[in-house]
Design a protein around this ligand. Structure first.
Ligand SMILES: Nc1nc2c(c(=O)[nH]1)N[C@H]1C(S)=C(S)[C@@H](COP(=O)(O)O)O[C@H]1N2
Ligand SMILES: [Mo]
Length: 307
């Protein structure tokens, strides 16, 4: 397969991005953009979403070379070096727990009929760095509607695959494998919560969590679990690998909150990636700037207690 990847480093990313978006809307996509043909990984036709931020996205290079994906090592540069070892085709997702339609879903069947959108989201890692990322994806709620949660379902649990032959990081006990995360059903149904299958209009790179990865833009980055193979609806709060590793430092909710510091550092400001070492820090916004949309999910809750 010839991948006709634009070299974002050769042009200003925004310019190229807009040019590409133009092509997309003109419907010239499949042949010109070299997407994966019958696969719907990145979609020839991402729809522009009103949920996007107006902020300028980071470059393709920033987004695909500075990563956290501990299955491939703990250095930021490790995932870009080693994630190619992961085989993602074919891919299946096991769906179970409190749903009417459990089963082992082939990736293609799972996303069949779903319209992919472009969502430019702010992204904030708990470590203090941030980016703006033009995802391709769709609201998780669309999948949940397909699989029909029972009324007793209160949470959604996610798991990354466990395959130490391809993911050497899983041979070390840095985290409890497989990587696990969870959301309340209200968080999972919120239209801002997406499953991503691509970025910058093309198939999701493996270091970013191909072929299917969660993105919850108002929460710290570790909630956005990569390379998902299991989705389970439960009536009990799911385990999360980071919470298991250090419950005092990483709570279940982990909403971005400049007023609640990490026990070892302040969360008041963030370092935007990509503007050089001396880039000015930005003030971190409550709920990462998505408060108007999501604050009501937590009304009456003490966000210091439920960190
Ligand atoms: N399976 C898995 N998912 C993961 C991680 C990981 O180590 N393993 N790291 C998390 C963390 S800490 C962050 S900040 C984001 C990073 O996403 P990015 O590399 O696409 O920016 O992925 C999250 N999802
Ligand atoms: Mo993170």
């Amino acid at each position: 397969m010839v991948r006709n990847r634009f070299k974002y480093s050769e042009v200003t990313p925004k310019k190229m991005f807009l040019k590409r978006r133009d092509l997309l809307t003109k419907g010239l996509c499949l042949s010109l953009l070299g997407t994966t043909g019958s696969f719907g990984w990145a979609s020839p036709t991402p729809v522009k979403s009103t949920w996007s931020t107006n902020r300028e996205p980071n470059s393709y290079d920033d987004i695909t070379s500075y990563n956290n994906f501990y299955e491939f090592g703990t250095d930021k540069s490790d995932p870009a070096k080693y994630a190619h070892k992961l085989s993602t085709k074919p891919w299946t997702v096991e769906i179970g727990g409190l749903v009417e339609k459990p089963g082992l879903y082939h990736f293609d069947d799972l996303i069949n009929g779903i319209v992919l959108e472009e969502r430019i989201y702010a992204f904030r890692c708990v470590e203090g760095w941030s980016m703006v990322i033009p995802w391709v994806g769709f609201s998780l709620s669309q999948i949940l509607k397909k699989i029909e949660p029972k009324s007793s379902a209160k949470y959604v649990a996610f798991e990354t695959l466990f395959r130490p032959e391809e993911m050497f990081g899983q041979r070390y006990n840095i985290l409890s494998w497989p990587y696990r995360e969870g959301l309340t059903i209200a968080e999972a149904m919120h239209p801002l919560t997406i499953l991503s299958t691509g970025l910058y209009g093309e198939e999701l790179p493996k270091q970013n969590g191909a072929p299917l990865r969660l993105v919850v833009p108002w929460k710290y980055g570790f909630k956005s679990i990569k390379s998902i193979v299991k989705i389970k609806l439960t009536d009990k709060q799911p385990q999360s690998s980071w919470n298991m590793q250090n419950p005092r430092e990483y709570g279940f909710y982990s909403n971005v909150n400049p007023e609640v510091d990490h026990p070892r550092w302040s969360q008041a400001t963030e370092r935007p990636i990509g503007n050089g070492l001396f880039a000015k820090r930005r003030k971190t916004l409550k709920f990462n700037g998505y408060g108007d949309e999501v604050a009501s999910l937590y009304s009456g809750m003490d966000l210091r207690k439920y960190y």
